[in-house]
Design a protein around this ligand. Structure first.
Ligand code: ZN
Ligand code: ZN
Length: 106
């Protein structure tokens, strides 16, 4: 069985806005900026138990400024969401939880 995923989405931890942009590159850091209040933060994932096999990445793939997180298990940035808002790594199938770290107000 396969599961189609959609782009990863998360909200600003300070104001709750969904206008969140990835401002760096995966080789550097995961700094994001909020388009509403200017806060910066980095998403961090952790396995919450369970593996989902056959995850199909979104089409089209997210753009460079779309919210991005790295898989806690395999470091892949192919981290997406399923229709039920489960966050999953399309590379290794690990089901992930996400939290915001390094939060700084704008
Ligand atoms: Zn904000
Ligand atoms: Zn992974």
């Amino acid at each position: 069985m396969s599961v189609s995923a959609r782009k990863l989405e998360f909200a600003c931890p300070l104001c709750g806005s969904g206008e969140v942009f990835y401002s760096c590159t995966p080789g550097c850091c995961f700094n994001h900026v909020c388009g509403n209040c200017g806060a910066t933060f980095e998403p961090e994932t952790h396995p919450i138990g369970g593996v989902l096999k056959g995850v199909i990445p979104p089409d089209p793939l997210p753009e460079a400024s779309d919210p991005t997180a790295a898989c806690a298990r395999c470091d892949s940035t192919a981290v997406y969401m399923t229709g039920t808002n489960t966050i999953v790594c399309a590379s290794c199938g690990t089901i992930l939880g996400i939290e915001m770290t390094e939060v700084h107000g704008g």
